[in-house]
Design a protein around this ligand. Sequence first.
Ligand SMILES: [Zn+2]
Length: 492
Amino acid sequence: MSVTDWETVIGLEVHCELATETKLFCGCPNDFGAEPNTYVCPVCLGLPGSLPVLNRRAVEFALRVGEALHCDVAEKSIFHRKNYFYPDMPKNYQISQYDEPVCGNGWLEVGERRIGIERAHLEEDTGKTSHVGGGGGRIHGADHSLVDYNRAGVPLLEIVSKPDLHSPEEARSYVAELRGVLEAIGVSDVKMEEGSLRVDANISLRRAGAEKFGTRAEVKNMNSLRSLARALEYEAERQAAVLESGDAVIQETRHWDEEAGRTHSLRSKEESHDYRYFPEPDLVPVAPSAGWRAQVRAGIPELPAARRTRLIDAWGISETDAGVLVSTPGLADFAEAAVAAGATATGRDVTNWVTGDLTAHLKETGAAPSELSLPPAGLAELVKLVGDGTLSRPLAKEVLAAALAGEGNGSPAAIVQARGLAQVSDEGALAAAVQAVLDAHPAEVDRYRSGEDKDRKKLRGFFMGKVMAEMKGRGNPQVLNRLLDEALPTNS
Ligand SMILES: [Zn+2]
């Protein structure tokens, strides 16, 4: 038996940090990367006597998500206190939503399948603990721990899927699609590596065809789509091995170790009664008016699925390319801006550059498209330089790399000028170079004349290489091919 005898059942909890200006219940800035403990006040530090005031913008963002995910948006939802002790949570409870969340019962289309959304609820984020030093102390082997409360009270929307996902790959596609939706509706910067989007996965196995769910494990600490898929693959195989050996899977929380490529047990999974939920007495219910909800609905922009269809139709690009453009944050915006900036830059040309060299660069540097030193108009310029024959493709790649490294102030034309890279199409200059190479290699020309087809092919490549070298890589290959054909002898 193997993993294929089992059906994998996966449900995901996605914590999305909402991109509000301020925190969920106080006026402290909601910003990443500031000096520790500089964005704090009595409310988010949980000092006695302080009172929370709900951020209207965070509610509006939750309503947007509800509309985009086809949820029932509750006419009334309330907050609860979720009680547990942790040093990075100064109140010793987290204000969250429990049995009356703001959104419920929606769906998201992933490929051909409709994945159910169980609920989406608002809650405050905790602070951040760092364990410092390696002195073998009692907490994770550290000497001591430091707590930063800048994140405490940052608004989160927890989006819980139904257990409708059946493979690690599908789980990955779901998160990619959800990330695209959240980005499109402008509620989050969706940076997984900065923790703006955090995914916990519940995964269990059951015999293929069985109705009853198996015991699930919750897996945490995946901070990229790739590590999500890897962690789930590992966990599915681990559970299959446990079940096949006749043992039972334990309900627990497991930690994904990216370096070791495995999960390990963190703690037995809490049940909701462990948290002693009770209604938050300091906050009134959230009751968005029908008018507000209608206004939010009317303001929902084009979502990724519709955008893919539009780009495929308008630009004649493949489904795969449209998928890459739309699922990478900021990439489709960049491509559309490039097409808009250049009269001769077609969607297809732009897509080729964007999904090729540009995406490779983004992956390598971790930059966002909007942070590139090459603006969309610069890419349009590059496409034009290739289109009018100024640059060959290899030269264009060189210019693009230079532009991405910061050369030319975002202008490929300036780089071409400064480096003297323009492609030479002048027939006189190219013909002279061809003749010079043939004159310099009489033995090869003789062998070409008397050669078999495959020798001739090889020799032709040799001549082309020599001519290109002569032209310092700048010869127009189309013109050179024709000139070589004319200049080389035939063997008839
Ligand atoms: Zn505060």
